[in-house]
Design a protein around this ligand. Structure first.
Ligand SMILES: NC(=O)c1ccc[n+]([C@@H]2O[C@H](COP(=O)([O-])OP(=O)(O)OC[C@H]3O[C@@H](n4cnc5c(N)ncnc54)[C@H](O)[C@@H]3O)[C@@H](O)[C@H]2O)c1
Length: 441
């Protein structure tokens, strides 16, 4: 605990991709942190200093803070609530089949908070939730804990990116807090003070809406550049140069302008759908976002068509798939484009040789190994063995710096379909490969 602070302990409820880096980050900043999760197997792993998912730099920092005692973990969610003054809700908010957010994890943890209230608590939504969720949280606490319950609800949406979560915790572009009381504002400003980051203080509804607006805008940028890439292909222009040419304009910015097989992951797809759903509920016509989603969904078809154009008949062809995680530096495969690519190519009767530096165990749960139809390989080179083409689905750094002569020695046909535009076409063409990128010749 920092000297003179108004609160003692920070509780983190849900130790997933957001909760665990947050718990470790606050502990590293000097706060006393208690983390908890309803998944006791996960808590047991974390308690011995092991990160249950792949996230660079997180494990050493986890071990350090457990050893120093600034971070403790428990599988008893109620105990964490009772011991904490500030409670960060970091549970999952998956989507229901109709695209609306499933808030059952949030409701469940809020009821646990209500049942264990032993004094004033500041309850902070860090999970991505629809605007007006805080109103429901307040009602639920009052319903289960009675009208005398002492608490505030605040919103503090999370912007960290998997794969760089530790860096992002310590170097946020901005911190957004939505508050309704002076105490909530004071505590949250105090908590984040050591980060010295720009802080936007606003009301709770606005803060909740900022997160969905941010992710929807990022998805829109990706779908926009993907349409530009289609146009580039039609007229013989280069989308990577277009992205450079427009991205240098500070009003546009260079990020999220990489054309490819579209966005995936736990955030953009579900947050976009949730935002569309929220707009519909409030009778706001946000059809712009429906188009963003439609464009993204069509990327997989477009990619498979490109593979067909390169190979003609796909049946009985052997294809190396490089990259399975939804983006590099994570083993997260939630809504990963690779899963759709694998399904489509299996339907076409191809044999697949898969490789990913981190995500293979997760993909095996969905697509068990079945040689010769589906084989998991130990390296990119092994996956390329006897293949009729290499398909790059995730742009891991290691794919960019391979010895292409060695790849050429093992492959059956030297063809690369680069779904992420991550290779230099000139380099691989000089090495003797036929190269097909997205929106560039
Ligand atoms: N993953 C990201 O990159 C990212 C970034 C920003 C925001 N978010 C948002 O943060 C939230 C969490 O995402 P995540 O990726 O960390 O999810 P996750 O599935 O990795 O983690 C959620 C954790 O909450 C636990 N949990 C569920 N119910 C619980 C309960 N009642 N009590 C205690 N623990 C409970 C689960 O066991 C799980 O470990 C989501 O709303 C997500 O949209 C995610």
């Amino acid at each position: 605990m920092a000297k003179g602070s108004s609160f003692k302990t920070v509780g983190i409820l849900g130790l997933g991709h957001v909760g665990l880096p947050t718990a470790v980050g606050f502990a590293e900043l000097g706060w006393q942190v208690i983390g908890t999760d309803s998944d006791s197997a996960k808590v047991s792993l974390i308690a011995v200093g092991r990160c249950p998912f792949y996230e660079p730099d997180l494990e050493p920092l986890l071990r350090k803070n457990l050893a120093e005692g600034s971070l403790e973990v428990t599988a008893d969610v109620g105990e964490a609530v009772r011991k904490s003054d500030i409670l960060f809700v970091c549970v999952g908010t998956p989507q229901k089949p109709d695209g609306s957010p499933d808030l059952s994890q949030v409701e469940s943890v809020i009821r646990t908070i209500a049942e264990n209230l032993n004094g004033y608590k500041l309850i902070v939504e860090k999970s991505t939730v629809p605007v007006q969720t805080a109103q429901w949280i307040k009602r639920t606490i009052l319903r289960y804990a009675g009208n005398d319950a002492k608490f505030d609800v605040a919103s503090n949406p999370e912007f960290l990116r998997e794969g760089t979560a530790v860096h992002d915790f310590f170097h946020p572009d901005r911190i957004v807090i939505g508050v309704e009381s002076e105490r909530a504002k004071k505590w949250l400003l105090e908590l984040y003070k050591p980060l010295n980051a720009p802080i936007v203080v606003t009301d709770v509804n606005t803060s909740e809406l900022i997160k969905h607006a941010a992710n929807s805008f990022l998805a829109l940028k990706i779908s926009f550049i993907n349409m530009i890439s289609d146009l580039c292909e039609a007229v013989g222009a280069d989308v990577t140069e277009v992205a450079k040419g427009i991205g240098l304009d500070p009003r546009i910015g260079p990020q999220f302008l990489q054309a490819g097989i579209g966005y995936g992951g736990y955030c953009l797809p579900k947050d976009l759908r949730a935002f569309i759903h929220i707009a519909e509920e409030h009778r706001v016509d946000f059809s712009l976002l429906k188009e963003v989603e439609r464009i993204n969904d069509a990327r997989i078809d477009k990619f498979v068509r490109k593979v067909k154009q390169a190979l003609w008949v796909l049946k009985d062809k052997t294809l190396a798939i490089w990259g399975l995680s939804f983006k590099p530096n994570t083993d997260d495969i939630r809504e990963a484009p690779s899963l759709k690519v694998i399904s489509r190519l299996l339907e076409e009767g191809t044999n697949l040789r898969l490789y990913d530096p981190a995500a293979m165990e997760n993909v095996k749960q969905i697509f068990p190994e079945k040689p010769p139809k589906l084989l998991y390989c130990k390296s990119a080179l092994e996956a390329a063995k006897n293949a009729h083409a290499i398909l790059i689905v995730t742009d891991w750094e290691e794919f960019k710096n391979l010895d292409w002569n060695k790849v050429k020695e093992v492959i059956a046909l030297p063809i690369i379909v680069d779904g992420r535009n991550c290779l230099d076409p000139k380099t691989v063409r000089e090495a003797g490969f036929e190269y097909y990128g997205i929106g560039r010749v």
